[in-house]
Design a protein around this ligand. Sequence first.
Ligand SMILES: O=P(O)(O)OC[C@H](O)CO
Length: 170
Amino acid sequence: MAAGAAFVLGEPFEGGLLILFSGVFDILDGGVARAKGRITPFGGVLDSVCDRYSDGLMFLGIMAGAINGRLVIPPIIGIDGWLWSGYALIGSFLVSYTRARAESAGCRKLSVGIAERTERMLILAFGALSGFLGWALVLIAVFSHITMIQRVIRAKSILSKPSEPDIQKP
Ligand SMILES: O=P(O)(O)OC[C@H](O)CO
């Protein structure tokens, strides 16, 4: 939320630092739960839901900052920065949705693809810190859609195999 607010206020450097800072907590929460023996399936669900809010608020913050004029993102291949942020948001959500949907359909753990959440956050953070936020959004927009396709292909190869009950059907 703080990173999103920094982008709305036109402070990409602070936004980048806050994304990295939040990443530390993202790593620590799982570690603390493991150390205390308090890993639960619900914890995983809550973690994923919070991640989606976090992703949404960051990209929305960039869109709002670009639209209110405080965040300067030059157009790239004729497409405005706020729109790239929208594509990146859609791509990021699709990556996570594909995994959640495939796992609920029977895939064990669909952690595949070139731009999982950690990669996306690192690209966004270092893009913001280095003054290349626009290019970071382009990379996330493109790579996240490639990742979604990679996950769909993996899901197809796993779920297309006949399951045990299907084989036994007359
Ligand atoms: O790589 P993603 O987008 O499936 O994200 C991973 C989840 O946030 C883990 O909770």
